[in-house]
Ligand binder design. Structure first.
Ligand SMILES: *[C@@H]1O[C@H](CO)[C@@H](O)[C@H](O)[C@H]1NC(C)=O
Ligand SMILES: *[C@@H]1O[C@H](CO)[C@@H](O)[C@H](O)[C@H]1NC(C)=O
Length: 217
């Protein structure tokens, strides 16, 4: 009986603390510049000595440079997260520049750790996200220069350049390290592959179609 009560208490504690940590915790100091050489593994990265802080720990240059969109999807994401700016460690924010060739897409993907707020600097984008089960409702819109759109944390979203010229967007994300799961790659190109039986049944298609998709580059 007593063991059960302790177990129950533990479960309540674990579930409530995981609730408390579903977003990045508030900093307990001015900043914590990532010390990428430190072998200590913490949630985020260990701090370098704050006395050694430099402006360069908080800056990044080159977001004016267009990404190379000569690829299969016709878009390029240039991230500015904790990997590029060590001073972002523990601050719960990052950004990206996204370039789109005419009719290029940023394929359906999700950020496991961040809500995204995107603004169009140039061009016209069709953007959207899909709500969770059971509705799976697509909420989408055409955005023009200066328009802003929000992709809620965890939801699958995409953008498509529907203009005849290039398009450029800037987005802010509510994590120093938002993470990306590109749906097509995660489902069809995992390493090792998900069994084609599983995918054939999930998508209600013939196994040969799954095999064909999985063997593509
Ligand atoms: C990591 O170590 C290298 C080589 O010792 C040094 O050049 C670099 O500045 C160090 N990085 C940090 C963030 O301390
Ligand atoms: C863009 O990427 C393509 C494909 O990788 C490459 O052939 C091309 O040289 C790149 N262009 C520039 C300007 O870097």
């Amino acid at each position: 009986m007593e063991t059960n009560a302790i177990l129950l208490g533990l479960i309540v504690l674990i579930s409530s603390s995981s609730l408390a940590f579903s977003f990045e915790p508030s900093p307990l100091q001015d900043f914590c510049i990532a010390d990428t050489n430190n072998s200590v593994r913490v949630n985020g990265m260990a701090c370098k000595d704050p006395k050694l802080a430099q402006a360069s720990d908080f800056s990044f240059g080159g977001l004016n440079i267009a990404g190379n969109t000569s690829n299969q999807v016709g878009s390029k994401v240039t991230p500015v997260s904790v990997a590029q700016i060590p001073g972002l460690n523990t601050l719960g924010v990052s950004m990206v520049r996204i370039d789109y060739a005419p009719w290029g897409i940023n394929p359906p993907h999700t950020h496991p750790r961040a809500t995204e707020i995107l603004t169009v600097l140039e061009g016209t984008l069709h953007v959207g996200f899909v709500t969770s089960n059971p509705e799976n409702r697509l909420i989408s819109k055409i955005l023009y220069e200066g328009d802003v759109f929000v992709f809620p944390i965890g939801l699958i979203h995409f953008q498509r350049n529907v203009g005849y010229g290039n398009a450029v967007a800037i987005a802010a994300l509510s994590s120093q390290n938002p993470g990306v799961i590109t749906i097509a790659n995660a489902v069809f190109k995992s390493n090792p592959r998900i069994s084609s039986d599983v995918l054939a049944k999930a998508f209600q298609i013939d196994k040969s179609i799954v095999d064909a998709i999985q063997s593509r580059n």
